[in-house]
Design a protein around this ligand. Structure first.
Ligand SMILES: Nc1nc2c(c(=O)[nH]1)N[C@H]1C(S)=C(S)[C@@H](COP(=O)(O)OP(=O)(O)OC[C@H]3O[C@@H](n4cnc5c(=O)[nH]c(N)nc54)[C@H](O)[C@@H]3O)O[C@H]1N2
Ligand SMILES: Nc1nc2c(c(=O)[nH]1)N[C@H]1C(S)=C(S)[C@@H](COP(=O)(O)OP(=O)(O)OC[C@H]3O[C@@H](n4cnc5c(=O)[nH]c(N)nc54)[C@H](O)[C@@H]3O)O[C@H]1N2
Ligand SMILES: [Mo]
Length: 792
């Protein structure tokens, strides 16, 4: 750990405690105090992720059935209380605030106004939103959609909170209307998994279950931050660490929860103020250096195998022969990759990677867990496939205690994909839709997220319907995305809370407020439950009983059905009946998507059921029927233009945010309090740039042509790999280019932006933490839709 910096910087204090512990309980209490009526909170939180309760919207980590009475965590509590808040955004609020004035506020301020209560329509004459009747809104949306020259002029965006039922109806509506334009948050997130894993093992999902963690002998954790983003996973890692399972971490930043964790559910640890070490080995790989590191580990494994001889079982030769193809090409490429390139690109020493290979060779069952640090690179798909390669070398897929574990993002992003939210639907699925419903779905592939935004930019797309999310803020490059939003003829947002995308109004814009996960969804046949699929492919029901934030709210399925009926007067779908009873939606899912047999029956068993995962039985639905090794030539990402002295910027989530939702301005475990305008840097990089802890700079993207800048950022010392720097998303999205993506999956390279630092007069003037809340961006102010370039 580097010595403490000598200079005091406002809001920057080193955090020396473990993650979790009493701090987490205090933060939970605070989240409740700030957002909820005290009487309701404990009941709701107790029902989170219980067999009879509702699915936590916080993350997609599965739950141990019945084992603990308490399955909520600090960040789960923040997600729940943020939704169940008693604050409201009413028509009266909108009458008092013009859209332009709201645009000047920060993302945190916008959502913190509370829950949307009424359907609203934008009125350009007064620059305000005005209440509208549901039927009038549907009728107008239908009219505009029917008037489009082609259905492909419309983009249907999904954020991964939507239930299976809502998402299924959404894709049905869009496909009957006539398009496969399904940009979704998965395109910004685990698309590299969805594209890479099918190529390697035949299915784009993880292969492990919670039970595998109970018998695993080694965990490799690459590029994810569970203490913040998958807090319930910490319970699992804590148990594994206590059992003596080595946990090897590859991450450029030292993340406290991966170092030390005190489990708030562990009575002894809490009473004695003790904690458990999580990582046994922590390797601070350079951002973007994972391909090099993985190739190094595999190369070292080959060397071990050569040294120990075939009988030693370092490689699982039987498995490789029976179940895989392409191994020789991988071996050849590993021999052709030099240790010098591997060390240079990964920033790790050969000896360290050899140690990992030895631990891997000793382990009888290994799990690799990974997140955005792997996927959000322009080599994201290749990275995912290299992880699969490493596992396949020792037969670590399809046996107990072993497998691949992508940490999913939104709580139901995986389920959305399963039920048809994809711009590249399979022919089989479309055939079944045609058989069951009797309309002819479009066959041509549609737009993913980046492609949709480009189509909006060029005017090829004229309308955007968003089932949740904050599309324009989640995407890179607001300088291009914000004007594209404003050029639309129609935008429609189904949401719980106000956000910037809602305010980037087109010619016509509707805000349609939805019933949330925590609330009672009452339809003609009675209270409804919805279903979701977690990171481990378990599908289960979720239902809660809180009174909806306003009597005007409608459920997502009801709103989708309302728009569909108004748009498609001759629809073949019985929209009204489906909304009356969600069992009917599930029956249709069962008839059109494999794996949902006896859907309604099986979700009534607590815990639900698991979707089919052929690789867990060593069946590989690839074109060859075998698992496929890959070859990734060289070690390097494709930086354009290449600049040897560029720093590599990764954009990360703080402990107080959920994607574009900023709950608060602290990032406790990283020692940042009350501000977000910081850049994490290695002390030697600071020195090399002639900078000191606390200096203020502009960050500039190394790019040809356009200048992308984030001004007034305070550089702070952090234990991060040399050459890598980190800043918060979404503020830093002004630095990411819309066209800087993984060519295989379309995923933006949010975690490898080549940047340089510039000391400027503005930088020198902007050194106060008062700027913190404001996602100040030169780009945004330049296009006068300031994401509050001046603090509100
Ligand atoms: N509380 C909370 N929970 C969430 C979310 C949230 O915002 N808040 N978001 C949800 C969503 S949609 C998602 S996708 C997940 C995201 O969960 P994560 O995948 O954990 O997401 P990030 O915060 O983006 O951080 C990724 C980690 O990768 C590391 N990293 C960055 N670049 C590299 C690299 O090149 N190589 C390696 N090896 N590591 C790297 C960073 O240091 C960081 O620790 O969490 C979900 N859960
Ligand atoms: N620079 C950078 N950019 C990134 C990332 C990064 O790591 N770095 N991560 C990317 C990732 S992994 C993701 S998943 C995307 C996230 O992209 P999105 O999913 O589009 O964004 P969110 O911030 O999750 O969406 C928040 C909004 O969803 C609405 N909402 C909340 N709950 C509900 C609900 O129950 N129903 C409905 N209908 N609406 C609801 C609220 O109005 C809220 O304002 O961002 C991506 N962008
Ligand atoms: Mo995500």
């Amino acid at each position: 750990m580097p010595p403490r910096p000598r200079r005091e910087v406002p809001g920057i204090r080193r955090y020396d405690g473990p993650a979790g512990g009493w701090g987490a309980l205090r933060a939970t209490a605070q989240a409740v105090r700030q957002q909820m009526e005290i009487v309701e909170a404990p009941i709701v939180l107790m029902r989170t992720n219980q067999p009879v309760g509702f699915d936590c919207p916080g993350c997609a980590w599965p739950d141990k059935e019945h084992k603990s009475t308490f399955q909520f965590c600090e960040n789960g509590a923040k997600a729940v209380t943020w939704e169940a808040t008693s604050k409201r955004v009413t028509p009266d609020f909108f009458a008092r605030h013009t859209v332009s004035s709201l645009l000047a506020l920060s993302d945190h301020e916008l959502e913190n106004f509370g829950r949307l209560t009424h359907p609203m329509a934008y009125d350009a004459a007064t620059d305000t939103f005005r209440a509208v009747e549901w039927d009038a809104a549907f009728a107008r949306i239908g009219e505009v959609l029917r008037g489009m020259a082609s259905p492909d002029r419309v983009e249907f965006y999904t954020s991964g909170r939507a239930s299976n039922e809502a998402a299924y109806l959404f894709q049905l509506f869009a496909r009957e209307y006539g398009t496969n334009n399904f940009p979704d948050c998965s395109n910004l997130c685990h698309e590299a998994t969805s594209v890479g894993l099918p190529r390697s093992i035949g299915i784009g999902k993880g292969t492990v279950s919670l039970a595998d963690f109970e018998s695993t002998e080694l965990i490799l954790s690459i590029g994810h931050n569970p203490g913040t983003n998958h807090p319930r996973m910490m319970g699992t890692l804590h148990e594994c660490a206590r059992r003596g399972v080595p946990i090897i971490v590859l991450n450029p930043l030292r993340e406290r929860a991966l170092e030390r964790f005190a489990d708030p559910q562990d009575v002894v640890e809490m009473a004695t103020n003790r904690s458990t070490d999580i990582a046994s080995t922590y390797l601070q790989v350079k951002a973007g250096g994972d391909a090099a590191a993985l190739k190094g580990i595999m190369k070292a494994l080959l060397a071990l195998d050569a040294w120990a001889g075939q009988g030693a079982g370092i490689l699982d030769r039987d498995f490789i022969a029976e179940h895989t193809s392409g191994f020789d090409a991988l071996v050849e490429d590993l021999y052709a990759t030099s240790w010098a390139e591997i060390e240079d690109e990964s920033g790790l020493r050969r000896a360290d990677l050899e140690t990992v290979a030895q631990a891997y060779a000793r382990s009888g069952a290994t799990i690799v867990t990974y997140g955005m640090g792997v996927t959000q690179h322009n080599t994201g798909t290749a990275n995912v496939r290299l992880i699969a390669d490493l596992l396949l070398m020792r037969g670590n897929i399809g046996k107990p205690g072993a497998g691949i574990c992508p940490l999913r993002g939104h709580s139901n992003v995986q389920g959305n994909r399963t039920v048809g939210i994809t711009e590249k639907p399979s022919g089989d699925f479309l055939d079944r839709l045609e058989d069951v419903f009797g309309f002819t779905p479009p066959r041509a592939h549609g737009h993913d997220a980046v492609r949709a935004m480009r189509a909006m930019e060029t005017g090829e797309a004229k309308a955007l319907i968003c089932l949740g999310g904050n599309f324009a803020v989640a995407l890179p490059d607001p300088e291009r995305c914000f004007p594209a939003m404003k050029s639309l003829a129609l935008s429609v947002h189904l949401g719980t809370k106000l956000n910037r995308s809602h305010l980037l109004v087109g010619k016509e814009t509707f805000l349609l407020p939805v019933i949330g996960r925590t609330e009672l969804d009452l339809q003609a046949s009675g209270p409804q439950s919805i279903t979701v699929e977690d990171s481990m492919s378990m599908v289960h029901a979720s239902a809660e009983r809180l009174r909806p934030a306003s009597p005007q709210l409608r459920s997502e399925p009801a709103i989708v059905a309302g728009m569909a009926r108004a748009t498609l007067p001759h629809s073949k779908v019985a929209w009204h009946a489906l909304v009356e009873d969600y069992d009917r939606i599930r029956d249709l899912i069962e008839r059109t998507i494999p794996g949902f047999d006896d859907y309604n029956g099986r979700i009534r068993t607590p815990g639900g059921f698991r979707m089919p995962l052929p690789p867990t039985e060593r069946r590989w639905p690839t074109p060859t029927g075998k698992a496929m090794f890959s070859v990734f030539r060289g070690v390097r990402e494709r930086y354009e233009p290449w600049s040897a002295d560029a720093l590599r910027l990764v954009t990360i989530r703080s402990h107080d945010q959920y994607n574009t939702t900023v709950y608060g301005l602290d990032d406790r475990y990283r020692g940042v309090f009350g501000r977000r305008d910081v850049l994490f840097m290695h002390p030697d990089d600071l020195a090399a740039q002639g900078l000191e802890h606390g200096d203020v700079v502009d960050i500039e993207t190394v790019a040809e042509g356009r200048s992308l800048r984030l001004p007034g950022i305070t550089v702070i010392e952090y234990d991060i790999a040399r050459g890598s720097v980190a800043a918060y998303y979404p503020e830093a999205n002004v630095l990411a280019r819309l066209d800087y993506i993984d060519q295989d999956s379309g995923t933006p390279s949010y975690k490898s932006i080549p940047v340089r630092l510039v000391r400027t007069a503005t930088a020198l003037a902007a050194a106060t933490p008062a700027m913190a809340a404001a996602p100040a961006t030169s780009a945004a102010s330049a296009i006068s839709v300031a994401s509050s370039a001046s603090p509100a």
